[in-house]
Design a protein around this ligand. Sequence first.
Ligand code: ZN
Length: 136
Amino acid sequence: MRSKTEYLEFNTKNKIEFILITHEIEKIIAKSEIKEGIILINPMHITTAVIVNDNESGLLSDFRRTLERLVPYNEKYSHNIGEDNAAAHIWRQFIGHQVVMAITNGKLDLGPWEQIFYCEFDGQRRKRVLVKIIGE
Ligand code: ZN
């Protein structure tokens, strides 16, 4: 068995962003030369997430609008003592915080509409995403 570990870095312009990262992940898989395996993509910060869904701008704004409706960003939260990011922590859990995908024949084995997104919910600071591949 072989493995490869890399880190993607982000420092978003806005507090909340959805960033398409499929191509970066495909590049890491190609570099790894692993043909059959599993890839874990884990945002290493507790106010961010990685999701797999449709790359359609209306849907991405629907995600944001739904999260804002369920967990308003500027409401009063117990966590927000010296911090203001309780909603971002909760959004990460609601949307699912990390993904594991398959590598088949040296390629990310995505469904027809599946794309990978980095979701930033408390941005404007440096963040990292762990990408770990195991396989052969
Ligand atoms: Zn916090």
